[in-house]
Ligand binder design. Structure first.
Ligand code: GLA
Length: 336
């Protein structure tokens, strides 16, 4: 068989090169000079945060002879299929934000069985002992510190509006299963309490999904049950969830000036809200660079595959508060 790799590429069949080469027994030189292929699997492919991560990963890959296959893994079955798919395409590893951190051991086992390296981004795998899996390098935000920034900003804005703690309630939207969420929300709570917020006025709203719909569904019963409070703070693990809480507060006719919602991420969901002519109950968000997360986790994985250098066990990133006043300037920095 005389078809060359260049001819395959011309036909748009580069992906088929490995298997054809294998079948035709044309030797290993072809495989060796093929671009490296890796996967980037995310739990919520429709969320702006994850779109940015995958975009940044693929952009870096394009400049460094790496093909990045963007995949969705919204549940365990999808993740396993994605891994098999990557393996069949000759991928050497993948970055993943898992749909459930408890799937860590199963995902890791599947990856190593297929000779693939794996690193996590955002949400860290938990081992059977409930502790982070030390075998899997991770990159994510310093959740507790970023949560503290949210709490401090909420307290500062409350003070700015001259609210007295006795009159204010907090809707704390939580995901108890996700350590990423627990850390961020705990940081915010601790900072609020330190600033004099009343513990008895904090009400939990457990969420099922970490998106706007999940936030709204979680927050509604809290507003319904505590109608005696007219002023509210809203916080959660991310801005999509806080936006859901703000939408629910609007449904309960709480005016925007009586609501202070602060999220985390700094992506399209927040920008759309900041762009509205009138400020809504969504006051701000702590922006973290999704682009940096996507790019750096990719670099870590690729270096590991190419040079054998294991990435750091845990890389933590920081954030900066974005509000109506400064969001465009901060956005430019986050996207750099
Ligand atoms: C979690 C959240 C996302 C985003 C990332 C960032 O995965 O669900 O919205 O905040 O963390 O680390």
């Amino acid at each position: 068989m005389q078809i060359t790799k260049r001819q395959l590429a011309k036909l748009g069949l580069a992906g088929a090169a490995a298997s054809l080469v294998g079948k035709a027994g044309l030797g290993s030189a072809y495989a060796a000079d093929a671009p490296l292929k890796i996967g980037f699997i995310v739990k919520m492919p429709e969320q702006a945060w994850f779109i940015n991560e995958q975009t940044a990963s693929a952009a870096w890959g394009g400049q460094h002879d790496v093909t990045v296959v963007k995949l969705a893994g919204s549940d365990g079955e999808m993740v396993m299929t994605a891994i098999d798919n990557l393996s069949a395409q000759g991928a050497k590893g993948f970055v993943i934000c898992p749909p459930d951190v408890k799937l860590g051991p199963a995902i890791y086992a599947r990856a190593t069985a297929q000779n693939m390296k794996v690193v996590t981004v955002d949400d860290r795998f938990l081992g059977p002992d409930g502790q982070p899996m030390a075998d899997v390098p991770h990159l994510g935000m310093s959740g507790y510190k970023i949560g503290q920034q949210v709490g401090e900003a909420l307290a500062a804005e409350m003070k700015h509006r001259g609210w007295s703690p006795a009159d204010v309630a907090a809707c704390r939207i939580t995901d108890a299963e996700l350590p990423t969420a627990r850390e961020r929300v705990q940081g915010a709570t601790d900072a609020l309490l330190k600033a004099g917020f009343m513990q008895a006025n904090i009400f939990d709203a457990p969420q099922r999904t970490t998106d706007t719909e999940g936030g709204s569904t979680a927050a509604s019963p809290v507003f319904a049950r505590h109608g005696n409070f007219k002023k509210w703070l809203i916080y959660a693990l991310n801005e999509e969830t806080v936006l859901g809480g703000v939408r629910a507060s609007e449904a309960f006719h709480l005016p925007a000036e009586n609501v202070i919602g602060i999220g985390i991420n700094g992506t399209g969901a927040a920008f759309a809200e900041f762009s509205k002519p009138q400020q809504t109950g969504f006051f701000g968000t702590v922006g973290v660079s999704s682009f940096l997360h996507g790019r750096q986790s990719t670099i870590n994985l690729v270096n590991w595959i190419r040079t054998g250098t294991r990435p750091p066990a845990n890389t933590e990133t920081t954030g900066v508060l974005m509000t109506h006043d400064n969001w465009q300037a901060v956005k430019a920095k986050l996207e750099a």
